[in-house]
Design a protein around this ligand. Sequence first.
Ligand code: NAP
Ligand code: ZN
Length: 355
Amino acid sequence: MTLTHAYAAQSATTPLAPFTFERRTPTARDVAIDILYCGVCHSDLHTAKSEWGPSAYPCVPGHEIVGRVSAVGAEVSKFKVGDFVGVGCMVDSCQHCQPCADGLEQYCDNGMTGTYNSEEQVSRANTLGGYSDHIVVFEKFVLKISHDEKALAAVAPLLCAGITLYSPLRQWQAGPGKKVGIVGLGGLGHMGVKIAAAMGAHVVLCTTSPGKSEDAKRLGAKEVVVSKNADEMARHLASFDLIVNTVAVAHDLDPFIQLLKLDGTLVLVGAPGTPHPSPGVFGLITKRRRIAGSMIGGIPETQEMLDFCAKHGIVSDIESIRMAQINTAYERMLKSDVKYRFVIDMATVEEPVAA
Ligand code: NAP
Ligand code: ZN
């Protein structure tokens, strides 16, 4: 067992605060990791506040983990002590259903084991995530990182935000000749702009924040549409092959459906705690448009995404924070005031909390 320093929410209405617990002793198949950095995903906030239904408390969020291997079990062959590695949104799955066999562990028929607020496969203990200085993970769910060591903090958000956009962009074949919309320039959205641009697509950002326009172009968008401006939206009617919507609150989807061309697809990855208003049927049937959903990506595709990003020099644009700043970071995330991902420097986890 390893004493682990962390930050936890003790209820849906209390701020995150220091918390210590013991990580399990690594089994033969486990990798023990000293966590260096952890990104702050909007899903962490949804879960800490029980916005997706009741969470288990204490709740230690965090599923954009980068660290250094501190020990490996006897059967571990892919990693050695000292390697830099990543852990994303999953730490296990049943390993015997068809999706698991196909490397689509996120769609495990028996339910994947999330990195936090989930049940471990054997012990059924509640999983505790990456807002902590140590974690023990089944080797299969540990990712290799080939980015330069200096970029490690900015690599952390690839483990959730990066793969959540990479997977639908690959599935719906973003690339040269395709017009791809990204809705929302937050943690997920800014990775979508970068990755879709690197895939060769014509990228258009749809945003509620006119002030993010210059950034979007710097990140790779060819055009920016302020979605609250009907005239700007009208200029893009029926022209998109694919739109990936990352918005974290319920909103009217119809204006985005109207932007799709014949057979175009709107993929929802944003996961608000309350449903979107039901879209109008006519917007869909008149151009055989589709609405789809997508959840993170499987382990093989996550490794593919990390290697793609290393090859293309893609990392996240981050603001580094100390662990004690996490509650302020949540408040700022709710105001869309993040450029474009907070990443916790885990060396600060034991710092005293300011009065
Ligand atoms: P985020 O950093 O807070 O970004 C969300 C963006 O949505 C904001 O930056 C903002 O962009 C836009 N937005 C915010 N409020 C809005 C409003 N009232 N109306 C319209 N747009 C608004 O969040 P994130 O970490 O990227 O996560 C986004 C969502 O994806 C969350 O619900 C999260 O739980 C979910 N998620 C899903 C998966 C999956 O596997 N499907 C994985 C990870 C996260 P603009 O300022 O540009 O409008
Ligand atoms: Zn996430």
